[in-house]
Every structure is written in C-alpha cells, then in structure tokens.
Design a protein around this ligand. Sequence first.
Ligand code: PHE
Length: 353
Amino acid sequence: MTTGSLVERAEKLREAFLAEHANVRDERSVSGIESLRLSYLGRKGTVTALLEGLRDCSKEERPLAGKAINILKQFVEGEIKSLQEQGEEWSLAAKLAEKPLDISLPVDSLVRSGGLHPVTLVRRELLAEFRKLGFTVYDGPEIDFDRYNFTSLNMPSEHPARDMQDTFYVAGSDNLLLRTHTSNIQIHCMLNEKPPLRIVAPGRVFRKDSDPTHTPMFHQIEAFVVDRNITFAHMKGVIDTFMKGVFGSNMKTRLRPSFFPFVEPGAELDLQCVQCSGKGCRLCKMTGWLEVGGCGMIHPNVFEAVEYDSEVYSGFAFGFGIDRMAMLKYKLEDLRQMFEGDYEFLGHFPLHT
Ligand code: PHE
C-alpha cells in the first residue's frame, strides 16, 4: 500500500464520514451516532483499519500518512463527541414530545388542608333538611339576659325548673348569662318578627355538667312554627318528616309526655335506636329508643311575653342536640372528644358534606 493511497483513502473516508454524519444529524438518530462511532472508530472500524495500514507502508512515507490519518481520527472523534452531546438533547426532546412536562408539585402530600368539624358537618346537614321544609335560619346571642333565656320562657326567678339548666353567669351581673338552650332565640325572633313564622335556630349553649355524655358547652338546634290553627299533629308530622329526611325513610320517632315550662303540652322526643333499629342494644340501654330532645306547643305565657295574641296564634317548638346527632351519625363514644381539638380525631372527618 502506498502513502499516496493511504492519504487518499483518508480523504475519501472523511468525505464518506461527513455524508453519514449529516444523515444522522438530519434524522436526529440517537442510535445512528453509536453505529457511526463503531463503523469508524471501533476495533473493526475504517479509521482503525487505516491506522493499522501504516504498519505496511515505507518509513519515508509513514510520517505524512500517519499525520493525515491522525488528523482524520481526531476530526471524527470530535464530531462524534459533539453528536453525542446533541443526542442527549434529542432524547430529552423526544421524551417531552411524548409526555408533556408536569412542573406542578403534588400539593396533597405536602399540605394537610384540614376538614370540617363533625358538628359543622352535621349542622349543615340538619339545616339543609329544615330548608327543604321551608324553615328560615335565625340567629341569637350566646351571652343573653335572664329575661330571654328564662323569664319570657315562663321560668320566672326562683322557678325550680331553672335548676335543671343552671348555668354560668357573667361576673358582676345577676341577669347576664351564657344561654342554657337555643330557646332564647324564640323570644328574640318573636319580638322582632310577626307571624307566620317557620324558624330554625342552631347555636352554642352552656351548662355546668361535664361527663362522657355532657360537656359544659354543646350545640342545639331549635325549630318553631307560629301561625293560626297550628296543632300538635302538625308538630308530630314535621318532626317525623324531618327525622326521616335525615336518617332515612325507615326512621321512627316517638313522643313521650314531659314537662318544659315554655310548652304545654310538652313531650320528650325519641328516635328509634340507630344502632339496633329498635331491637334493643347497649346504646339504647335495651329500650330500642334514644332520647334526643324536647318539644311541645308554645305556652300561652310565652306568647304573652312577646305580645302575640294566644287566642289568635298557636305554635310548636322542638329542640335537640347537634352533638348528640353527630355522635349517633359517626358512632362516637365520648362527647368530650369533640371539643378537645385533637388533630388526629378531627382528621377523620371529610372536608365536604
Ligand atoms: N330547650 C329545651 C332544652 O334545652 C328543649 C326544648 C326545646 C323543649 C323546645 C321544648 C321545646 O332542654
């Protein structure tokens, strides 16, 4: 083999390489880069073969041929290297084209967005049911005068019924107190509005008890209707329809004669046990029924206190515990859990109803 032919072959090889290189680049073929490298620089590659050819040429010719082949080799190496760098970009671009880059972080796993308190969830559910029956929501004060919480509700001072709901008085005052029930809203509402009324009033109430089923602060919901010719039968119908709406059409309600000074006649309101459906279990103490609230026809003395004519108007009221409903719904054992602010406990409730 002559030097001339080695130099010439190096020149031809360079041209061939340039053509193949252009192809790989135009096609952005990542695998083409590796084939190109192997076919020129691999152990059986053409540039390698040229270098090996140096062994057979004459001493005089070798330096020139050696130089030409080395220049070619460096050139090919350099070009392959820059192709490899471009190749990385081509692969990335191909991947991105296949699946767009999602640069958002999954917020859920980083932030605990919290949930609604069980009392809030249940209150919303109860109010929704009352709205279906045409009731309007009314609010009243948690710190109130004796007159609204007791006297106007037919519980004059010294009345023994006050003992059942003895409460927290504001220091330095003997007639400003934390309301013991939401029935005070009956008085505020009736003093401000004229019949007919169909009102639902939820809120916080306070009593001095504290045990697994009583907390000094709890929640009640009060509903009352005032119009001409309202009867006990209307009350029973509304209570039954309401409870069926909340617990399902199989729910049964029961009224037992009882005494509350602001109603006459008055009754205790029971629900069929949600756990055993009336068969008798530990929750209902084998009675099949759960006591949830009170109800009755609004007492004429109450109408007198708000200057409604009890000869013209009649009405009913019923009230029950929201927390108690939440306990039944979520099968909670200790009412106090609800107000301890325990993060783990509260985390079990859904964000939305
Ligand atoms: N306010 C009564 C209580 O807290 C419940 C009740 C409301 C009774 C309305 C009769 C009518 O115990």
